[in-house]
Design a protein around this ligand. Structure first.
Ligand code: ADP
Length: 163
């Protein structure tokens, strides 16, 4: 493989250790990984797009193989305009599979040269999602091993303000 960039799209609201694990492992295989934060205005996110971007940037500031960008609209349009052809997605449980394969096939239908690489989640993070992290944290549960400190601090601030 020669100078290959992989794009890892997602909501990352917020980024979890499961996402970070996928990014670290991808960055050992591909020359460059773009963590691509979706704007998806339809979704009600806890963090703004800019906050999600800043958090991810701070986590990977030492890793020159990882960069962060955001997009609005179709992933294939982003890939097209940046001339990228490889997408990375994580697979946790069987329920991820159906949606992920559907998306991969749809993207390939729109643009045949796009390839999606699926990485199996690490066992220790296979139950972790941004949604469950927020839910547990908001109810006072401990998420120390599941998200980086910068995320825990940011959630602390938001939930503290909401009280
Ligand atoms: P989306 O809203 O696109 O599903 P997410 O931020 O929830 O965005 O997830 C982005 C990608 O990361 C998806 O492919 C998802 O399956 C994967 N992912 C999410 N959590 C984990 C985890 N704990 N381990 C591995 N992959 C994960």
């Amino acid at each position: 493989m020669k100078n290959l960039t992989a794009v890892y799209p997602g909501s990352f609201d917020p980024i979890t250790n499961g996402h970070i694990d996928i990014i670290d492992r991808s960055a050992r295989i591909f020359d460059h990984v773009v963590v691509l934060v979706a704007s998806n205005e339809g979704k009600t996110n806890l963090f703004t797009r800019q906050e999600r971007i800043e958090i991810i940037k701070s986590i990977f500031q030492e890793n020159r193989r990882v960069s962060v960008d955001s997009f609005h609209g179709l992933l294939v349009d982003y890939l097209n305009s940046h001339n990228h052809k490889v997408v990375v997605r994580g697979l946790r449980v069987v329920s991820d599979f159906e949606y992920e394969v559907q998306m991969a096939l749809m993207n390939r239908k729109i643009r045949p040269e796009i390839e999606t690489f699926f990485m199996a989640a690490s066992e220790k993070y296979s139950f972790v999602s941004s949604r469950i992290l927020k839910e547990v944290f908001s109810l006072g549960g401990c998420i120390t091993d599941l998200a980086p400190q910068v995320v825990i601090d940011a959630m602390q601030t938001i939930f503290h303000e909401q009280k």
